[in-house]
Design a protein. Structure first.
Lengths: 227, 248, 672
């Protein structure tokens, strides 16, 4: 990351750019997941998943970028947190942070940490098996028992109540993270103008609606097990 | 009213320092916070103790010298005021008030509540000026018209008093609001635009060297700033910095 | 009595004096400037601008400020604006008119040639500041805006909201920063000058205390410039900053610089009144408020008492029950009489017992009429027929807020009353000192190589300063006058070489400073420094305040002397001298005020005339239209009183610089 990211502002901007990418990815992920609750028993979802799972551009270009984006965002987040903690060696005996800023803005590291835990589980649940199937076993058919396997795999994961609960909590933290992060990213790249107020409202809607949507999808599958 | 004060006492930069409790009585609600501190100090002197050292000068909210962290907020609970303009009517009889110095690695404590804010000066040395000689033989003041809006915005940025409340308040001890305000003032004026790119690079570089934290856009600085300097100035600095970096 | 040589260029018309003088002045070539050091004490508008310009010219500058940064100097608190004869409004302004207004406003007690030069260079200040990025107010066409100020007939005041001083100081500070970055200014923050060092009759350095470590330091230079501001804090309560002090000026006075006209003090009429004995300072409300506010006290004593005891509100008094005393006494100028007149009139009413707050020292400044007037005007403009009373007030308050919003808010924060709904309370407070170190046309004091600039010198304002002129003078001295005139002196120093600090003169000065500090620490008396400062302030305010008389001044001299003697016996200073010690700093400053105050009273006693801010009760008009008003005596007192230190303030020797007015006719100021 070297020289390019030596200055505080460059680091901020890099955080924002990776955030933009992740927020866009999240939107895309959400759109595909949403099709899993379409009343066609997962047909659309299976098609889209198979496309994403086998398209070379997605697999060999976008996927590595995404991985990099996720890792970068986390690593840089931790680096910044450590640096920022060091910028105040002696803490205040009494600090009334709530008087001037939101809980979300002050605790990005904690919401972020929880999201990290969530992502690790998520990877164990979905991504590692995918990689295993495709890259280790070399099975690119996407077929299982004669039909596309994605929808069933999805449903299967949402049978255990503990996992569904964990996912829901993960999304609550994601929402909190986004409530500050969405607009913070725009501020970091220097966007603060007449559109800012509108953007703030949009950011709030995004930060609540997307995680809420993921939660609904998870609950939907939990309550609508087809077997 | 009667009050309990918990005040940070630190003999010198080498000393470790600790919170010490004091009692003051018969405090009038019309007193300013610093006048209440004067009462405490007179009391300490009469008792043969050392008075509490604190920075203050104009006592009308413009010099930027006073700098106390009161009950967990820079310049205390009121808005749009410096410590010297904070009045005791903001408190109640029997209250306990915690008073600490502005804290940041870049603002080391000199004594008690006095901190060293020369880091701000060094950032200004790096580029907080327009390189024009003071010969008086510049062009006429009206030679370059400046849109009223730009002039007013530059003025809003320029009202920064350099007190450091933004740094003290920021959970990251970031100086972005201070630097952003200065960068903005000049970036908004044609006279300042000539050196804008070099200026923002130099000032941000110095800011980083001083050990201030990174901005995470919590917005606390804007709320606690006694002069209401807007976060827009940080965004503008980010833009200016990006522009300057891309230019190379 | 030695004759003071003002060194004003002779044989040239007033208008050409400065130009001709500059043409003939000795210059130092750029290579030689690098061999010359200059010390500048104080970094306000005058000191800051001088330090920047001298460094730019090539001199090695050492600048000293007691604050933690040059940006904190008290010039920063100036609100209203800065005058300059730009004539951008095309209303007939010119250098001559600015000169004329300033001399007249100063009640004909300033030096003509200096004032003309000030007016002449004023326009350059604005050019310079705009080039530096000072965000002056502009109109919609993008050009600079002006406001009118303090009873002059043209609009020549440039401003940056209500923070003109701040913006100009930050401009000078930025110019300094550029030179600090280049290494041409060495900045000594949190340092206080405690003495000047004279070698072979010339100022060659200073002794300074590092206020963080307590260390005593020697600094040498080829010239010493004092730009340390005024001595208003001799009154304890003033609009000055808490740290503003006369120590640098007083130290050079004790080493040979004459102190001129100490009795000329400006008491500003519109300040927020004192609320109790704990009060530490007074806050100014801009003079501009008098454009729309009407000043009054109740007519009847019953109402005064009722208001003080909270039984009645000022808003309940009818028009008939109010005494608009300025409008009554000065029908021609009304509430817009000059500062000194307005202040004295407020004092007169309060002395008569009509003060409206608990301390009895406050009068009302009422915006009700203005709110009504603006409200009706707005209703008409917006086409509202038969507006309700509430609507008129709403519209009127909006206009008042647009004009004075920040001041109203400041008032509300301090007093906790809403000035839109109830009249403001105001009272005069010490604001500016026109007197100061005597300087010649080169701004050099009577010590060769020692200069005084800005409020620290006795300067250009005579006996009364006009609004928006202090900023002008500070920057004129620092940017455009001193950097030229100092060359005339320094051109003789190009072969001198570095001044050593290891000489007997430095030894002696440092020893004296150290002994004095040690005395304070070891005295262990029973009264704090503030105890004495407050007592001194009370004497000054009561006997050398807005009006003065012989008996009072004689008492004041005696009382101050007695207080000073008590101070040296019984003062206590906690802590040590080898650490940061704010009480020790204050002790030194108050010790100097205790001497200065006595000289002040002596000067006021000696000047048995009323002029400008100095009102002698013995010198009033006895009859006619002007009955009871100030009476100037040009025949006997048209001179600068420059005092030479002789050990005790009471023994100071008077030197007169006779003032000649060749280009201006001396007139009485009438506001009836």
């Amino acid at each position: 990351m070297g020289g390019l990211l030596k200055s505080s502002i460059a680091r901020k901007v890099a955080m924002a750019l990776s955030a933009f990418f992740l927020m866009f990815f999240l939107l895309q992920h959400f759109a595909i997941n949403l099709t899993s609750i379409f009343p066609n028993n997962g047909a659309t979802f299976n098609e889209l998943s198979h496309f994403m799972g086998t398209n070379p551009l997605v697999q060999y270009a976008l996927q590595p970028v995404l991985i990099f984006g996720v890792v970068f965002h986390f690593v840089m987040g931790f680096i910044l947190e450590i640096k920022n903690k060091n910028a105040r060696a002696v803490k205040y005996a009494k600090n009334n942070g709530g008087a001037n800023s939101t809980w979300m803005s002050r605790n990005m590291i904690y919401s972020g940490l929880f999201i990290l835990i969530f992502i690790v589980i998520h990877f164990i649940d979905f991504w590692f098996p995918e990689i295993n199937t495709k890259f280790i076993k070399g099975d690119w058919t996407g077929m299982h028992n004669g039909e596309l396997r994605y929808f069933h795999e999805l449903q299967h994961k949402f049978t255990a109540a503990w996992r569904v609960a964990l996912y829901c909590v993960g999304f609550v933290f994601l929402g909190l993270h986004l409530l500050h992060g969405f607009n913070s990213a725009f501020q970091s790249v220097g966007a603060n103008n007449k559109y800012t107020n509108g953007l703030k409202t949009f950011g709030k809607i995004y930060a609540i609606a997307i995680p809420a949507g993921f939660v609904i999808i998870a609950l939907f599958h939990f309550f609508n097990q087809s077997h | 009213m009667n009050l309990t004060l918990k005040i940070w006492r630190q003999k010198s930069s080498a000393d470790k320092g600790q919170m010490i409790e004091y009692k003051v009585s018969e405090i009038s609600e019309h007193m300013s916070f610093l006048e209440m501190m004067d009462v405490l100090n007179e009391q300490l002197i009469a008792e043969g103790d050392e008075p509490v050292a604190f920075d203050h000068d104009c006592r009308e909210g413009i010099c930027g010298m006073c700098s106390m962290y009161i009950n967990g907020e820079a310049h205390g609970p009121d808005r749009g005021v410096t410590t010297c303009q904070l009045h005791m009517r903001m408190f109640k009889d029997g209250d306990t008030i915690t008073i600490e110095p502005f804290r940041a690695k870049a603002f080391p404590v000199i004594k008690d509540l006095v901190v060293d804010r020369t880091a701000f000066d060094r950032i200004q040395h790096a580029g907080g000026y327009i390189s024009v000689n003071t010969s008086g033989n510049t062009q006429d003041a009206n030679a370059i018209p400046i849109a009223k809006e730009a002039a007013d915005e530059a003025m809003d940025a320029a009202t920064c008093i350099g007190c450091g409340a933004c740094v003290a308040t920021c959970k990251n001890a970031s100086a972005m609001l201070f630097v952003g305000a200065k960068v903005s003032q000049y970036a908004l004026l044609p006279q300042g635009q000539v050196e804008a790119a070099d200026r923002v690079m130099a000032m941000v570089n110095q800011m980083d060297l001083e050990g201030f934290g990174n901005c995470t856009n919590t917005g606390a600085c804007e709320i606690e700033c006694p002069k209401g300097i807007s976060l827009e100035n940080i965004a503008r600095m980010n833009r200016e910095y990006l522009k300057a970096s891309l230019k190379g | 009595m030695a004759i003071l040589d003002s060194k004003v260029p002779q044989g040239v018309p007033l208008k050409d004096k400065w130009t001709t003088y500059k043409d003939k002045i000795d210059l130092v070539n750029p290579a030689n400037k690098r061999l010359i050091d200059v010390i500048v004490v104080g970094t306000g508008l005058a000191g800051g601008s001088a330090a920047a310009t001298l460094a730019e010219l090539g001199y090695n500058v050492k600048a000293f400020a007691y604050q933690d940064s040059p940006r904190r100097a008290h010039s920063i608190a100036a609100q209203g604006g800065i005058n300059a004869a730009k004539n951008y409004q095309g209303d007939g302004d010119s250098a001559y008119r600015l000169f004329y207004d300033t001399v007249k406003g100063g009640d004909y007690r300033s030096r003509e040639a200096n004032v003309y030069r000030l007016a002449e260079v004023s326009a350059n200040i604005i050019d310079q500041c705009v080039a530096q990025g000072v965000p002056f107010a502009r109109d919609y066409g993008g050009l600079l805006d002006n406001r009118s100020f303090g009873g002059v007939l043209v609009s020549r005041t440039f401003y940056a909201k209500g923070q003109t001083g701040q913006q100009l100081l930050l401009g000078a500070y930025s110019a300094m920063n550029r030179q600090i970055a280049r290494g041409k200014i060495e900045m000594f923050n949190r340092h206080e000058m405690l003495d000047v060092v004279i070698v072979d009759g010339k100022a060659r350095g200073i002794i300074a205390r590092n206020l963080v470590t307590g260390e005593i330091e020697r600094h040498s230079a080829h010239a010493v410039v004092i730009g340390s501001g005024g001595y208003g804090n001799v009154y304890f309560l003033s609009t000055n900053a808490m740290g503003s002090n006369a120590t640098a000026a007083w130290k050079i006075h004790k080493k040979g610089a004459y102190f001129a006209n100490p009795c000329y003090t400006q008491i500003h009429p519109t300040c927020i009144p004192r609320s109790g004995d704990y009060q530490s300072k007074l806050t100014l409300m801009s003079e501009s408020l008098r454009n729309d506010g009407r000043i009054w006290v109740p007519k009847n004593m019953d109402d005064v008492m009722a208001i003080r005891e909270g039984r009645k509100k000022p808003t309940e008094l009818t028009e008939d029950e109010r005494d608009y005393y300025l409008e009554r006494r000065y029908p021609a100028f009304g509430n817009l009489v000059p500062r000194d007149v307005a202040s004295r009139a407020a004092k007169e009413r309060c002395d008569a017992g009509y003060g409206v707050n608990a301390t009895g020292e406050a009068v009302y400044l009422d915006f009700k009429s203005a709110i009504q007037r603006y409200g009706k005007e707005q209703a008409k403009l917006q086409g509202i027929d038969n507006p309700s009373a509430a609507k008129i007030i709403e519209l009127g308050e909006a206009i008042v807020e647009a004009k004075y919003g920040n001041l109203f808010q400041m008032y509300e924060k301090i007093v906790d009353e809403n000035p839109y709904k109830t009249p403001m309370m105001i009272y005069p407070a010490t604001h500016y000192t026109m007197g100061g170190i005597w300087v010649d046309y080169n701004l050099m004091t009577t010590i060769p190589g020692c200069y005084a600039i800005g409020e620290a010198n006795f300067s250009d304002h005579g006996a009364n300063r006009l609004g928006a002129s202090a900023l002008m003078q500070g920057l004129a001295d620092g940017y455009f006058v001193l950097p030229y005139t100092i060359g005339n002196y320094l051109s003789n120093d190009i072969r001198t070489g570095k001044i050593s600090t290891e000489t007997k003169e430095f030894d002696a000065a440092e020893k004296a400073v150290t002994e004095r500090l040690d005395f304070f620490i070891n005295n262990k008396g029973n009264h704090s420094v503030d105890y004495y400062h407050k007592k001194l302030g009370k004497i000054m305010w009561e006997k050398c305040g807005m009006s003065r008389n012989e008996a009072g001044l004689k008492d004041a001299m005696k009382e101050i002397k007695a207080l000073r003697e008590d101070f040296w016996k019984n003062v206590t200073v906690p802590g040590a001298s080898n650490e940061m010690n704010p009480e020790l700093e204050k002790a030194g400053r108050v010790a100097d005020f205790l001497e200065l105050g006595e000289l002040f009273a002596k000067d006021a006693l000696e000047r048995n005339e009323s002029c400008g801010g100095h009102f002698r009760e013995e010198s009033v008009e006895l009859d006619g239209l002007q009955k009871g008003e100030a009476k100037r005596n040009d025949k006997d007192y048209a001179y600068v009183a420059a005092w030479e230190y002789k050990g005790e303030p009471a023994e100071a020797v008077l030197h007169k610089e006779e003032l000649e007015f060749k280009d201006i006719e001396l007139k009485q100021r009438s506001y009836k």
